[in-house]
Unconditional design. Structure first.
Lengths: 267, 267, 267
């Protein structure tokens, strides 16, 4: 047990976001761009999307965090991500990477591995299949070798292999890094019924990283508060279209309604 | 009269989608990407957007259906569509094509005709103007020659010319192919007040094709269930912003509320 | 005092849009594309997005207005904007430009200035920071020199420098051009909590320009009616996700609910 009161920490992080209004530079996929911008605003941060190689580095250097998402990747976008990532790194701007669809095609797996290799990623967030595909892609380390179905084993293997904090999201979210493992018990199955729910979780991590603090803790706090907003948005069992609008409402209301129900434990 | 009970067939198709959760590979326009992904999830299928030439073929080969939409076409996207389409064809994956804006510019008309010429399209879906423009583009066959305003004549001419099943959507949707003509009487005028309603109809057709069965019947079932969800979402006469969210809610509720009110007849 | 009854003028402009259903050609950013299309439909106009250099000119020549937005600019998109803009100019089609993020990166500032220099822009709309950055970018004319924080001074300086009508939006929107200054007092702080609210305001200006009339007046009417819809959508203090859907509902209801509360004055 760490003895940390995660609800208090989450409230403090949200207050820092509200005070600083950090600029979050997203290079994300075209399916979820609008949702990612709106969830960033709802958390009290300021989103900017800048994809052109001509400006990616300049924008990243201004940002409080850089969020990279390969959901609809192109060669030009990888280039922009590398330029932005290097500029972020030079300024100490934290970087979160979402390897959407890693494992589904070689292009996605290889692109995610290239970004992990060339940039000092702060937090890697994906589902079990995506992170497992990245870990399993090496010659020495198949998915079976890292525990298969267990998100703790997958997150741990990825953290060890890539030297980054890793968040594997699912029914329970697991965040691993620096010898620490945190489990986040917030969330709702309706998140799986809308597109972009994972990408918004990644955005949340970027925002909490911009608020400062230890990456593993900040990632867990981001997932806990986002998951708590999802629980509230799911009250009354709405359809997914209504849930999607209410999720943004509830993220925006976190400061007012409080985050006492954040459920995170140190394992 | 065919004697088919279309409501029963629609329920069976939805059940097959729920059981198989087919992957639907969309290469669609940037206006509607999010809506198309969410409606695919709402129908119980799994959407993936993959546009890069580097991965389009690999993704299409994994899919249960490929849905192509030229609403914000670029040269690179045509290339990706051709690569994906050839990979789909090689695996017997059905392909639905939405020629958004055909007739408005030469680039759109020519691109749609090229896709029809080079790929074994399973179903072509558009409005009367778009399909009419494709039929009328040949030297032998002007719009007047194929019946002008009558969607049955336009659909029939396109089916004959391109050798594909054709769905012409409007107040009444007409699906023609293989000597059969089905008329779908579901839908609501609010669909015309939101962007992406046609593109979501195309997505629905892709999903029903992935569930297996005759293309003409599957296309009609897709349009009937989608139109029924629209009727339910329009209850109480909401504004278009609210209708858009409820439409996704009602598509997701089709399995639970049933599809007895699907109105399709064989002409 | 001009003696114009702006509410009556706004109602007349909305009626002309409803009658003509003008085609609005948008080349806009990928964050807000869907919102911009839906607000265009809600105002009673017809949106089309066409970004490919192969068709941009052809589409712009068909349009009632061309709306350019540099929010997620690329080199290819600038090229498409120039082609579309020249075609629009040749046909007398009005052009509205939204220099999203001007001042944040050199690429955005330079691209906006290039569009202003090479195209006969009808109305330039941005917030105080963006328009101030464009005015301040010259060697002779820093932001301090044009009044710093005062939107009237910024708008006036931009109108003088670029020879276009300029709308600077904020708590009060200021529209300047042709020796006239109009102030628009409609709007709501929730607009600042969703992405795309400025881009939708730009779309509204494009739609009102397509309805005909003096650019300064039309821009003010567009901002007044859009702001009025926002006030109505904000009733009951919804969260931003719900507000976003209701904003579209209320724009669509403007014709029915009327626009008597439009508050515009000549300064």
């Amino acid at each position: 047990m760490s003895g940390i009161d995660f609800s208090t920490e989450a409230a403090a992080a949200l207050a820092r976001v509200a005070e600083r209004v950090p600029l979050i530079h997203h290079i994300t996929n075209i399916v979820v761009t609008n949702d990612v911008a709106n969830v960033t605003l709802a958390f009290g941060a300021s989103p900017v999307m800048a994809y052109a190689p001509e400006e990616a580095a300049e924008m990243a250097a201004l940002a409080g965090a850089l969020a990279l998402n390969i959901g609809t990747l192109s060669r030009a976008e990888i280039e922009a991500m590398l330029l932005a990532g290097r500029a972020a790194a030079a300024r100490g701007v934290p970087i979160v990477l979402d390897p959407v669809g890693a494992g589904a095609t070689a292009f996605r797996t290889e692109s995610a591995l290239r970004l992990l290799s060339e940039l000092p990623i702060t937090v890697l967030r994906g589902n079990r299949g995506e992170i497992g595909a990245l870990v399993g892609s090496g010659q020495m380390c198949g998915v079976d070798a890292v525990g298969g179905e267990d998100p703790r084993a997958v997150a741990g293997a990825a953290a060890a292999r890539f030297g980054v904090a890793v968040a594997v999201t699912g029914a329970i979210d697991i965040v691993v890094g620096g010898g620490q493992t945190l489990a986040v018990h917030n969330g709702h199955p309706l998140l799986g019924r809308i597109t972009g729910s994972g990408c918004m979780a990644t955005a949340a991590i970027g925002i909490f990283l911009a608020a400062g603090g230890d990456p593993v803790t900040q990632a867990a706090l981001a997932l806990g508060t986002y998951g708590l907003a999802a629980e509230r948005a799911a009250a009354g069992d709405p359809g997914p279209g209504t849930f999607r609008a209410r999720l943004i409402d509830e993220v925006a209301a976190l400061g007012q309604r409080g985050v006492a129900e954040v459920k995170i434990n140190d394992e």
